[in-house]
Every structure is written in structure tokens, then in C-alpha cells.
Design a protein around this ligand. Structure first.
Ligand code: GTP
Ligand code: MG
Length: 362
């Protein structure tokens, strides 16, 4: 899973990226405006994994992962002037966006529009994305028109073109009204039929408002009500500083500033939820590990996430909920005795936080 970090120039994208990745990519107040991508894979913090590791004392602990890519180069006017080639390809691949919005005041950091106004900045890039989608749809509608002139009247081809034309026109009207496609009611087969367009406004968005030196709740900074959207605020520079400390120093620092958990940890988990993913765990002396599957995945799909052999030879899975396993001190055998572990078949729908042990034969 990959999330693209977008935002206006100098909005603090790279600062957030560094905080997320404990990285040191160069940040600067003189935004270069160049096309640049920094990518890193980040562990999804999960206290359940920590607890299971304490119990099982495995040789190795593995967290779920999310990939973040810092995408510089989006700015006002990009839809009409600069949205092509590498930038388009890179962005189309993203599963979701982290939209970084500047709310911090700092005279040494120039703002491309000179004033601080998070609501305005949020709409600027949103409107650009709407325009990018709209332009793609208009091109498609023109092509459909050409094909329709060539297609035989009453043919299957013509019928299919008419259906597509009607859908594209609906999408276009929706975007013209200024709303993202993710707010629209679309049937599964409609969503499927437009998948290859990788429309930007269909992708989930995590809005991250950087409030700088102050803690300010997000709803005091922006109003943003859309589907598949999470809005959070954080103190960007502070988060980057915490991320660059070692664990002991970070603990002392956080106690001093009365921070229970870095905002970034919450944000990483929120990104994971946002794209419809969940974790299940496997435990043992060798490894305690979080695996990623979509919400609604079956036991056999979960087995396949571990190894294709496990899916192929799947017999049954021992399943126990995280809280139930903890309540019996972490022992699978005790969980079974207490009637808390179940044997489930292929079609069982795995729930977030369950511990699975797959029985299989090849
Ligand atoms: N005062 C203050 N400055 C910040 C904060 N976060 C980032 N900055 C500064 O803002 C400037 C721009 O930050 P970057 O992270 O480079 O911004 P960017 O969005 O990656 O910029 P481009 O990639 O050039 O578009 C840098 O000088 C940062 O140090 C913050 O929370 N408070
Ligand atoms: Mg940058």
C-alpha cells in the first residue's frame, strides 16, 4: 500500500515525510518546485504486536507496513500546465493521499500565496485534482463520440459506448459542480469500469494540517466533509524532532511536553484504516508478525497473504481474538480450553486483530 504526500510548495511535506520515516531528506524554506519523489516503507505502530512480543519473546517481531512517497511539484495551475508524464504515472499508482496543509506561521518560510489560510490551500489542490479528472473525462468523452460515429447502429459496440458515455457525462457533471468523485454514489460495476482511469478524486484522503507551535484541533483549522476522508492536525516540526531522537530521549521529551503518543503514530494507523486494510497476527517463538489483508478478507485469503502454499493446502485455521488470547495469558492451548479459540474454514471472514494459526497440507 502506498500513500502519496501532497501539498502546496513549502507546506511541510518533506518535514512530515521525515517525521514518518525518521528520515533526513532535505527540507528548505526556498521551495524548489521541482519534481521530486522520496519513498520509504514505514512500520505501522501497533501496541497489540508489542504486547504479543512481550508474551512470546520471539526472535523477530514484524509490524505491518505502509509506503509513503513525498511528492513535490503539485501547485496551483498544475492540472492545465504540468500534469503529465512522470508526475501523472507516479500519482496514479497511489492508493490514497496525505494532503499536507500549512497552518503554521513563520515569516522565515515564504508561502506561495503570501498569507496563511489552510482552508484556501486545501481547496486549491483539491480543485486542481478535480480539474485533472475533468480533463481526462472530457478527452474520453470526445473519443467516445468519435467511436460512436464509426460504430454500426444497433451494434453491441454502440450500446456499450452509449453506456460509457452516460456514465462519463454523470461523472463530468459531478466534478463540474466542484465535488470529488469519492462522494458520488457509484455501483460496483461502475467503479470497476472506471478503474483504469485512476481518477485522483476517487482516492481516499487524509488531510494533515500542520499547526506549527500550537496544538489546535483540526476542526478549528479547516472544514472538510467528504467520504473516505480523515482530517487530523499535528505540530510538524515537533514531530520531526521527536522522530529523530532515540527511544529513551523521545520518551523523556514526550513526558516533558505531555504528549501521550506521537501524532504521527495515530496518523499511520489512520492511513491504514483509510484504505480499508486490517491486520491479523501470527505468533510463535520464531516470529510475532502482523499481516495485512483488506477488511472482509476470508481465512484462505489471509493464509495466502502469509504464503501461497498455505492458501493452496488450506485445511482450517485456529482463530482467537486478541483480547481473548491476552485474557488467558497468551496461551493458544488455554484459549482452546476456555472455548475462546475456534476452528474456522476457508470462507470465514477474518476480523481485525485476530491471531491465526493455519493448518494446511500439501
Ligand atoms: N515554524 C515551522 N516551520 C516548519 C514546520 N514544519 C515545517 N517547517 C519549515 O517549513 C519549510 C518548508 O518545509 P518542507 O518540509 O521543506 O516543505 P515541502 O512541502 O516539502 O516543500 P517543497 O518540497 O519545496 O514543496 C522548512 O523550512 C521547514 O523547516 C513547523 O511546524 N513550524
Ligand atoms: Mg519537499
Amino acid at each position: 500500500m502506498e500513500l502519496g504526500i501532497i501539498g502546496l510548495p513549502n507546506s511541510s511535506k518533506t518535514t512530515i515525510f521525515n517525521a514518518l520515516t525518521r528520515g533526513t531528506a532535505p527540507t528548505s524554506s526556498g521551495s524548489s518546485g521541482k519534481l521530486e519523489f522520496n519513498t520509504a516503507v514505514v512500520d505501522v505502530p501497533d501496541q497489540r504486536v508489542d504486547r504479543l512480543s512481550e508474551i512470546f519473546q520471539p526472535r523477530k517481531t514484524t509490524y505491518a507496513k505502509v509506503t509513503y512517497t513525498d511528492i513535490a511539484g503539485l501547485d496551483q495551475g498544475v492540472a492545465k500546465k504540468g500534469f503529465s508524464g512522470e508526475l501523472r504515472n507516479r500519482i496514479a499508482k497511489m492508493d490514497a493521499f496525505v494532503h499536507v496543509v500549512r497552518a503554521f506561521e513563520d515569516e522565515s518560510v515564504p508561502h506561495p500565496l503570501a498569507t496563511i489560510n489552510p482552508q484556501r490551500d486545501l481547496s486549491i489542490l483539491d480543485d486542481e485534482m478535480i480539474l485533472v479528472d475533468l480533463l481526462a473525462i472530457q478527452t474520453r468523452i470526445e473519443r467516445i463520440g468519435e467511436s460512436m460515429r464509426r460504430a454500426k447502429k444497433g451494434s453491441e459496440e454502440q450500446a456499450a459506448l452509449e453506456i460509457e458515455q452516460a456514465l462519463m457525462t454523470r461523472l463530468s457533471d459531478w466534478l463540474e459542480a466542484g465535488a470529488p468523485l469519492r462522494d458520488m454514489n457509484l455501483a460496483d460495476e461502475e467503479l470497476h469500469s472506471i478503474r483504469s482511469f485512476a481518477f485522483l478524486t476517487l482516492k481516499p484522503v487524509l488531510v494533515l494540517v500542520n499547526s506549527g507551535d500550537e496544538v489546535i484541533p483540526p476542526d478549528k483549522l479547516v472544514t472538510y466533509q467528504h467520504r473516505h476522508t480523515v482530517v487530523m492536525s499535528l505540530q510538524g516540526k515537533l514531530e520531526m524532532e521527536i522522530a529523530q531522537l532515540d527511544l529513551d530521549e523521545a520518551t523523556v521529551f514526550m513526558e516533558e511536553f505531555d504528549i501521550a503518543e506521537p501524532a504521527l503514530d495515530r496518523m499511520i494507523r489512520a492511513s491504514y484504516d483509510l484504505v480499508g486494510l486490517q491486520s491479523f497476527f501470527t505468533v510463535g517463538e520464531d516470529e510475532v508478525r502482523a499481516w495485512t489483508v483488506r477488511k472482509g478478507a476470508t481465512a484462505v485469503e489471509a493464509a495466502g497473504a502469509i504464503h501461497s502454499d498455505l492458501a493452496r493446502g488450506f485445511i482450517r485455521a485456529d482463530v482467537v481474538a486478541y483480547d481473548d488470547l491476552i485474557s488467558v495469558g497468551g496461551s493458544m492451548a488455554e484459549a482452546r480450553k476456555a472455548g475462546k479459540a475456534r476452528l474456522e474454514g476457508k470462507d470465514y471472514l477474518v476480523q481485525d486483530g485476530e491471531i491465526l494459526h493455519v493448518r494446511f497440507a500439501l
